[in-house]
Design a protein around this ligand. Sequence first.
Ligand code: PMP
Length: 393
Amino acid sequence: MLDQLEAQAPDALLALIKMHAEDPRQDKIDLGVGVYRTNDGATPVFRSIKAAEQRLVDTQDSKSYLGPEGDTGFVDALKPYIFGKDATMGGRVEGMQTPGGTGAVRLAVALAKSAGVKRIHLGVPSWPNHAQILQDVGVETSTFHHAKADGTADIDAVLDAIANAAETDSILLHGCCHNPTGVDYSAEDWARIADALVAKGMLPILDIAYHGLGNGLDEDVAGIRTVLAKVPEALVAYSCDKNFGLYRDRVGAFYMIAKDASDLPAITSNANALARANWSMPPDHGGAAVRTVLRDEGLTKQWLDELGEMRARMRRVRERLAAADNEVPGLNLAALGEQNGLFAILPLSREQITKLREDHGIYMAGSGRINVAGLHEGNTPKFIAALADVTAG
Ligand code: PMP
């Protein structure tokens, strides 16, 4: 049977990582991989996480199984950061731990399907795995444009998608720091989206993978809080892999917001059954480390400082790029200053992206997506000069 399988296309980003690793040029720049980097190009373990991990090593006395819901202390400790002051939303929210944000998205889509959702609307471009998950779970995907050419969100497109949707459709929205465009909805946009969702009676799936990497922890979820304050039901997928630097430990959470608290036991029992059939239970270590940080005032402060440093660094990179708008006409670098998070899309042709790689040692995804955290004071001038070179004429 197995010899009948057809080879799948290799992951383009992995091929790019390999090419970058093999490039001997000292001043090469990697803007491909989607992880945060410091000024020195490193992706270090957070000091707060290191300290929490040490405590876990010293004190953890069992690694016996938890249930499919994982570490509920971890899941509850995150709630106030996501949902705000009334972190339980009047008892209408229940959560569980998942293997990364990916596991949470997967569970959200699978649970929506169990609840009768047949089609999910997705703004494009999006994180490529969104479409793959929808396909793999077996729901239909309907796409709309996420961003306009001027580098702002296409609010009309999302409102049209909602207005023309069936009541049994769902919509998957990025909470903040949109991947790959960096283009987020404004506060006013979110209010209109919330009203449109209520008018349609549509179940939103909100994906938050970069919380705190945009404008601040509260600021980054203000939009989804606007939605959650209005809609009766919602599903939230959350990743701690960027904002706690835990990538390979696979730390995520999935929250279900019910119309009525009395609906939650049935809803969560379905989510538990789906988790059980998928991964049985999530890996523990990273979630336990996050719980340890968030239950300790000193470690929480340290984490907030570390996250604040990351955010400030990315804002500085974005400001530098925006300030070079005149040096590279036609790319609208100015818009990058208004956008959020790790990513931005530059409207470059395939040829220009190849020329950047071959002539300048600058590596980025074929879509023109750059990871702004790959840039710093030292290499930004080279990057801007290279952009001016490949776009000249
Ligand atoms: N959603 C989006 C939009 C993402 O960009 C990512 C990760 N790149 C995820 C979810 C999943 O994150 P994780 O690594 O925690 O699975």
